[in-house]
Design a protein around this ligand. Sequence first.
Ligand SMILES: Cc1cc2nc3c(=O)[nH]c(=O)nc-3n(C[C@H](O)[C@H](O)[C@H](O)COP(=O)(O)OP(=O)(O)OC[C@H]3O[C@@H](n4cnc5c(N)ncnc54)[C@H](O)[C@@H]3O)c2cc1C
Length: 488
Amino acid sequence: MPDPTLIPVKASSIDTWSYESDVLVAGFGIAGATAAIEAARAGADVLVLERLGGAGGAAAMSGGFIYLGGGTPLQNALGFDDSAENMKAFMKAALGPGVDDAKIDAYCDGSVDHFNWLIDAGVVFDESFWGEPGWEPPHSEGLMYSGGENSAPFNKVIPPAPRGHLPRKSASDDGEQAGGYMLMKPLIETAEALGARTLYDSRVQALVIDENNRVVGLTVRQYGVSIAIKARRGVVLATGSFAYDDTMLRDHAPRIEGRPAASIESHDGRAILMSQAIGAATAHMDATEVAIFCDPQLMARGILVNGRGQRYINEDTYPGRIAQETLLHQGGDAFLIIDELLYEKALQTESTSAIMRGTPKWVCESVEELENEIGLPKGSLQSTVELFNHHAASGSDPVFSKKSEWLTPITTPIAAYDLRGMTGGFTLGGLKTTVDAEVLHVSGEPIPGLFAAGRCTSGVCAGGYASGASLGDSSFFGRRAGKRAAAR
Ligand SMILES: Cc1cc2nc3c(=O)[nH]c(=O)nc-3n(C[C@H](O)[C@H](O)[C@H](O)COP(=O)(O)OP(=O)(O)OC[C@H]3O[C@@H](n4cnc5c(N)ncnc54)[C@H](O)[C@@H]3O)c2cc1C
């Protein structure tokens, strides 16, 4: 459907500016909150526009992982060695192909400072580590491996360190006490305490440009009326991903069409489209974070096979890596094979995703029978299990290098979970920005007056993902966007 409201509006055509500020921030999630804080600290008058009725965005509903390293005080206190160089090496290997080296370098070099900045803003991290498989720690542990650093193919070539930092949860796990809320609460309060003003129920529609194509404001839909708001110094776009826009998904990331996860409905990609309408460049629009709805405590103990009955990944890696591999390279078809003994062991463990354990779809007395029940090619699962067991008996996995602690030959009775279609995710691509969060024109020049951060931009992830990378780069480059916008 054509949408003429995306077309930029000429400042000369505006009779009345309903509001004015030095820095205008679109979106009050994590990129917007961090931009607002830094812009206000730089002395700017800040106005934040939020489409919803309250602040927080997806960030406030999230698990709260922030990917930080290079020797943060929390890593040091828990006895983990890390360096900015090792962090860079891991991120460049795991988050590609095609990563923005300059962004990753800046992010890793500034990571310890960013940790301290979050502490100063009131975010609290518990001095404790969770070392078991999982999407998140089950309690309030502050640190966890969150990207597969300690498993193949990375653990042998890059010294592993846990970098998933989690804000302390409150008394219980649910609702507003979860990690994301405990991250966003102090950030929102800090922005407000610094004098940032907010307008809720205000949906940004289009950019306003002057005669030199400088961005000088936004048009906004508020209670059924369109208004114009002026930005004296700069506009920061921080409106999240395009995981909920089916047209954009079909055009750029069709594998996650109809399966948005870890995102919210207001993530409709509008900031990307309205910036493209003045010539903004984009990057990695096909990149997606993917989750698989299965408990990692089960996956690490079993073997994952595709629709041809073949293993395709080491099951002890970061579950998001398993999910990407499943959806993007195995057509979304996966079956988790596990025997009774290992299943019982998994059930005795703690997990935040115990709800994803359910019960296996098939339980059989032999591998052949299971292969037949699932409908896998004759002999395929049998030879996969035979090969896996042959090596597992001596504690090795020459095919995918799963660690020996997870290698137990699979016996009978044997079961399988049907994981077909059990994936979802959000988009990682978006506006192409500099390390200072300036939005680039397709010519390669920054667009005057326009800055962006968070999931409406392409950040540190170009293809791969690690939990915490989204809140991490949204907040890191959100701060830079706020500073830079205030400086104009
Ligand atoms: C359940 C869940 C778990 C997650 N766990 C993690 C995790 O542990 N670690 C991690 O790194 N990431 C996690 N994520 C993803 C992460 O929350 C987001 O990727 C991140 O919040 C992106 O930051 P952002 O500032 O770009 O978007 P958001 O934080 O969503 O903020 C964008 C804001 O812009 C507003 N907005 C949108 N359009 C407009 C408009 N036109 N005008 C005005 N306002 C607008 C939105 O309503 C929203 O408030 C999780 C997400 C969910 C939902």
